[in-house]
Ligand binder design. Structure first.
Ligand SMILES: [Zn+2]
Length: 300
């Protein structure tokens, strides 16, 4: 009896190894690097930052992207230098997702999938750090001082703010188009006059997370209302007293006028008001996300 069990076990091991061998062989021999399809995410990165990207090739079972002379492995969206690649599970992805065109529907009750998504998001935020090498290359600095040297002061929606020089023209055209919209649409004008401050560059980590914020590179902007009233604006603040913060309807959230959102998106900024963990004051320059979502990003 024992012998028969052992034979079956051997057979299982033998066949599994054979299958594994076949699968590996197929990967190695039938798909040489040149014919491998590049993931859409990498394609979007290339289209968004082509002036920085020297080469993209498939080596060591991963995509290797050379950005400004520096090698970064794709590593499932983590964009890691070769020395960090073996520890990829300790890092969080840059986050590639389909950014919705319209406002996503708010659910009254979260299903299991959504709860899973929320818990994955909060735990990865708390426990994993995003490697900043890619952003440091794009925006030319690793320290506060280095980034500060790349900032320029502009007038934006009536406020003097510091932004990264490489996208200053984007901010300028967004400013122009929002003002033009306000001159035609009284609702947009009313939205603009309801603002109390505009905040751009801040050297900081994302609250309760281990990643440096896009504000630290001068590529994010917060539009803050003068008076919030009893509206909700940031999931984290709402979550303090409402564990179902994601069910708060749009009518109870402080909203940016849709025409303003459109103009930001047209030039490569995404709005935190469309995120499940909503951050309605926040915009950040992520042309790759818009391109990945099938949107056109205009240059100023
Ligand atoms: Zn922000």
């Amino acid at each position: 009896m024992m012998k028969k069990k052992k034979t079956i076990l051997y057979l299982i091991v033998f066949f599994s190894s054979f299958f594994l061998f076949c699968t590996l062989s197929v990967k190695i021999y039938s798909q040489p690097a040149g014919s491998r399809k590049m993931p859409d995410e990498i394609n979007a990165l290339y289209r968004a930052y082509s002036q920085f990207i020297d080469e993209i090739k498939y080596v060591n079972n991963d995509w290797l992207i050379t950005v400004g002379g520096v090698d970064l492995y794709w590593a499932g969206g983590r964009l890691l230098p070769p020395d960090k690649k073996p520890y990829e599970n300790e890092y969080r992805s840059y986050g590639f997702y389909k950014y919705p065109d319209k406002l996503p529907e708010i659910v009254k009750e979260a299903d299991a999938r959504m709860l899973e998504r929320i818990s994955r998001f909060t735990s990865s935020r708390r426990n994993l750090v995003r490697d900043n090498t890619f952003l440091e290359i794009l925006y030319g600095g690793q320290t506060r001082r280095e980034i500060q040297q790349r900032l320029t002061t502009i007038n934006f929606l009536g406020y003097r703010v510091q932004v990264h020089e490489s996208i200053a023209d984007r901010y300028r055209v967004i400013d122009r188009e929002i003002r033009a919209a306000a001159s035609k649409n009284p609702e947009v004008a009313e939205f603009l006059s309801s603002l109390g401050s505009v905040a751009t560059f801040m050297w900081r980590e994302i609250e309760e997370s281990r990643s440096r914020s896009y504000h630290s590179f001068g590529i994010a902007v917060d539009l803050n209302p003068r008076q919030l009233g009893n509206k909700q604006i940031y999931w984290k603040w709402t979550s303090v007293y409402n564990e179902k913060w994601y069910t708060v309807p749009y009518s109870q959230r402080w909203m940016v006028h849709p025409e303003v959102v459109r103009i930001f998106e047209k030039y490569g900024f995404i709005w935190g008001g469309k995120w499940l963990p909503f951050d309605n004051m926040h915009f950040e320059y992520r042309p790759e996300i818009l391109i990945f979502s099938g949107r056109e990003v205009r240059n100023p």
